[in-house]
Design a protein around this ligand. Sequence first.
Ligand SMILES: [Fe+2]
Length: 274
Amino acid sequence: MILAQLTDLHIKAGRRLAYGRVDTAAFLAAAVDHLNALRPAVDAVILSGDLTDGGTPEDGAALRDLLAALRAPWLAVPGNHDDRAALRATFPSEIDRRTAPGPFIQVVEDRFPLRLIGLDTTVPGQPHGRLCAERLAWLEARLAEAPTTPTLIFQHHPPFETGLRHMDVQNLRAADALFEVLARHPQVRHVACGHVHRAVETTVRGVGVSIAPSPAHAVTLDFHPDAAPSFTLEPPMIRLFRLDPAGMLTSHLSAVGRFDGPYPFFTPDGGLIA
Ligand SMILES: [Fe+2]
């Protein structure tokens, strides 16, 4: 099974540029083309928040038009730039009807060998994330349903510090509570996050956790504690996950763009090209 993660798309209505500079619609269109061209085909795509930049219905409509080209089925959770009601109204079948009852946009996908659970970490009006007791109880109940199925959780806010201070102050608050739940459910193989617009990986209490890059702008890699919030236009990348038949879950980064190659290592008669 091959899973792709699209995150932090920041789509704006009317092709307006994010931060006056980033053509996020063009970046998403390129990322969708890239995913559609992958062979073997991607089985599913997880969208881990900040799908829109301003959370308006108009931003949502622009997002809907761009995602219509994506061939793989997708699941989504919101980020701090999104608005739950606008996402539900824009995607009645993809989001509203398939998410759990209640205010949160949380979702389970059971039809793949890797079970997918999307958590809503957003706090309306705030940039940081939090999982309240209600959301954690929902997660605990979902995990108890399939205790032996390899499971990947996806959410917007990362539950760890990256060293990028202006982002770390708005990560998932009280993350210990999440890992208390995960400690009781060892089938959870990975937690895939967004929000930081960079590729970052770590383990927390033995669970692999990662942040995927955005297919648009990147947060500047600057570990200085007083670094001003800024972004760069680095080569866009998409995180892929592959679950092999033996149950090994691996992650790859796939750069979006046209690159020289591929060139063979070997001649037709099997010799290494010197
Ligand atoms: Fe973002």
